[in-house]
Design a binder for this molecule. Structure first.
Ligand SMILES: C[S@@+](CC[C@H](N)C(=O)[O-])C[C@H]1O[C@@H](n2cnc3c(N)ncnc32)[C@H](O)[C@@H]1O
Length: 439
């Protein structure tokens, strides 16, 4: 490492320590990497370490407890030990000797030199023991989630499904993209991406492609030309469920950063009216920039709190309520969500129901509303829709059987479990408003 250059492990420990008080890993890492001046390869290493240690934190702590009993650890030293153990367990490309030697240097760099001996002793002892893996039967420790999450899933899906679901979150998640049908076709985009060195494959869903190898996608000429946007398969099924048609009036109540609005606009063939709302004005430029890049001309982005009436907005043919949620379906991509406390998300079902009921007021008779989340929490999913259907008898659930291969459909509503669909954990309910004669 050149003199004065940042150390990727040091940056990783600093980010991990900063996030322990509740900061978001992705934001803290982005900010630290920008300041760090690290070259691309070291940035990738640092990123892998931060995400990996975060995803395994609960299990690493359980294992470290056996080596550090009775020792008082400061947060930076605790994170140094987690990082050391993680490298020895999960980073095949880092030789054991390098993992230990580089990690043992960190206490001095963190101005906690007195902990050097402890870090050295713990890591060498773990190596001498033959790098044992966690041998307990507690799913929440083995797969590193808060106990209430494992318990909730065992109750909802059974223990074996929960094990498979949690194991899936430890693997790599593929990248899916959405063909911009306003500008190209799937076969043409596949050829174009191949010229740019990427392998894209069709999926069961038309115009959804799976990328086998990815790099920095926004750097591709085809991206700059607006031929696609990145969007998970589950989100694309959600947009398909809405069934927007050219000429429709469509509201997207919780639209930022805009991925689903863009796909819906493509189903609309650029014709009709698409209002993309979000409560945060600072998020609107992301929607507007994306729409501009993709050549979408029938989308208007505006600031609106979806729990309040939509004044001056026409009744809609289709409404998408992709509500704020606990995100438990995307633990593989956002590892810090594994440690959400139940209390932090207890108010979400109430907010989600208020957003859904307000949207319902804005739907024309005979219109269709899709309620979706990227969480696997029955309270936020079937619980909210169940209450809605009881309170709003002019709505019925449209059966989503057959929408997405591998999805579990109960009472017409689809739950997408990642180990069954190969995509994000997701929930989709399609609700139709009766026409005056059948209300
Ligand atoms: C799950 S995200 C939406 C993702 C988006 N549909 C997409 O596909 O790109 C939920 C969004 O709801 C917004 N939001 C939260 N509370 C809201 C409210 N009361 N009214 C409108 N939007 C809200 C958040 O700012 C966030 O952007």
């Amino acid at each position: 490492m050149a003199a004065g250059q940042q150390n990727p492990r040091l940056v990783a420990v600093q980010v991990l320590t900063r996030c322990e008080d509740g900061g978001y890993v992705d934001a803290a890492l982005d900010a630290a990497l920008q300041k760090s001046g690290l070259p691309a390869k070291e940035r990738a290493l640092c990123t892998r370490m931060v995400y990996g240690v975060t995803a395994a934190r609960r299990r690493l702590d359980a294992q470290l407890a056996g080596y550090c009993a009775g020792k008082k650890l400061t947060p930076p030293i605790c994170n140094t030990l987690r990082l050391g153990l993680y490298q020895l367990q999960s980073m095949d490309g880092v030789p054991d000797a390098a993992a230990v030697n580089e990690t043992v240097r960190l206490p001095a760099l963190l101005r906690q030199k007195s902990a050097t001996g402890l870090v050295n002793a713990v890591l060498r002892c773990y190596l001498r023991d033959g790098k044992p893996t966690y041998s307990g039967s507690d799913l929440s420790v083995r797969y590193s989630v808060e106990p209430w999450i494992a318990k909730m899933w065992c109750k909802a899906y059974g223990e074996e499904q929960t094990r498979q679901l949690l194991a899936r979150f430890e693997g790599e998640f593929p990248t899916f993209i959405r063909v911009n049908t306003l500008r190209t076709t799937a076969p043409d985009l596949i050829r174009r991406l191949s010229d740019e060195g990427l392998t894209a494959e069709p999926t069961a869903l038309p115009n959804c492609l799976l990328l086998r190898r990815t790099g920095y996608l926004p750097g591709l000429p085809s991206f700059a030309e607006g031929l696609f946007h990145v969007q998970d398969l589950s989100s694309q099924y959600c947009c398909q469920a809405l069934g927007a048609q050219p000429g429709d009036t469509v509201l997207d109540c919780c639209a930022a950063p805009g991925g689903k609005s863009f796909t819906v606009a493509q189903y609309m063939g650029g014709q009709g009216r698409l209002c993309a709302f979000d409560i945060w004005a600072q998020k609107l430029p992301k929607i507007e920039d994306g729409a501009r890049r993709l050549g979408i001309i029938n989308l208007t982005a505006a600031c609106h709190d979806a729990t309040t009436p939509y004044t001056g907005v026409p009744l809609a043919d289709k409404i998408l309520c992709d509500v704020p949620c606990s995100g438990l379906g995307i633990l593989g991509k956002k590892p810090d969500l594994r440690y959400k406390q139940r209390g932090e998300i207890k108010d979400l079902p109430d907010l989600q129901l208020r957003i859904l009921k307000q949207a319902a007021e804005q739907l024309r008779p005979g219109g269709v509303l899709v309620y979706s989340t990227c969480t696997l929490s029955p309270n936020e999913n079937q619980g909210v829709v169940g209450k809605f259907l009881r309170d709003c008898p002019d709505f019925t659930a449209v059966d989503l059987t057959g929408l997405c291969p591998g999805a579990t459909v109960t009472d017409g509503m689809a739950t997408l479990l990642p180990h069954q669909t190969g995509s994000d954990g997701f929930f989709i309910a399609k609700l139709k408003r009766g026409t005056p004669c059948n209300r």
